[in-house]
Design a protein around this ligand. Structure first.
Ligand code: AMP
Length: 214
């Protein structure tokens, strides 16, 4: 299965992505995670991307498209994948279409996670990330186990002001993709509020149907 999730920051893309990978054996490709690894390792891409990430701005399309092209060539993504955080602009979506045309079938489904803004802000500002593994916790809804061994930190871009800015960018740059993929018949809306398991239950209903029909 080849899928992507369109959702504002804090809607649960990462957490639900992990569950999708476990159940459907679909390797996850998270552009935010990859960029943070580049940033932490001080690679040339990480150094270029850093200022955008910290301000909550989108990294320029050209850098993102090259990064995703390199990733999608890897053997582990040939049978299917789950994109988390890509595409985020129309230009990225058009480029993704071209890359996928070259390598086989296009996307099977685009999941849109629907979460009201006030819930998103609450979730994002309570979010903490593990410095060692990149794993994301939420101090309110999904706290780390007691005696968790690694240091947790608040991402620069999870601070309130930046969170609001990232939401504006989502509305302006990424939301138009819902139309783009609706025209292709690929969009399925999923209510993203409730417990992690409730949301995943809704995602399963959608994905099971897609799997049966393919
Ligand atoms: P995320 O973890 O998906 O919220 O991504 C964190 C940050 O990485 C975003 O705020 C952007 O600065 C950058 N980023 C991730 N994916 C993309 C993308 N597809 N296009 C541009 N910037 C991205």
């Amino acid at each position: 299965m080849r899928l992507t999730m369109l959702a504002p920051p804090g809607a649960g893309k990462g957490t639900q992505g992990e569950k999708i990978r476990e159940v459907y054996d679909t390797p996850e490709l998270s552009t935010g995670y990859l960029l943070r690894m580049h940033k932490n390792n001080r690679t040339p891409l990480g150094l270029k991307a850093e200022k955008y990430i910290d301000k909550g701005e989108l990294v320029p399309d050209e850098l993102m498209i090259n990064m995703i092209k390199d990733q999608l060539k890897k053997p582990e993504y040939q049978k299917g994948f789950l994109l988390d955080g890509f595409p985020r602009t129309i230009n990225q979506a058009e480029e993704l279409d071209l890359v996928l045309e070259e390598h086989g079938p296009n996307l099977d489904v685009v999941l849109v996670l629907d979460v009201p803004k006030d819930v998103l802000v609450k979730r994002l500002t309570a979010r903490r990330t593990c410095r060692k593994t990149g794993k994301v916790f939420n101090m309110e809804f999904n706290p780390p186990p007691p005696n968790y061994p690694h240091e947790l930190y608040q991402r620069e871009d999870d601070k309130m002001e930046t969170v609001l800015y990232r939401m504006k960018i989502f509305d302006n740059r990424t939301k138009p993709l819902i139309d783009y993929y609706t025209k292709k018949g690929l969009v399925r809306f999923v209510k993203g509020t409730g417990s992690l398991d409730e949301v995943f239950g809704r995602i399963r209903e959608v994905l099971d149907k897609i799997r049966e029909s393919s």
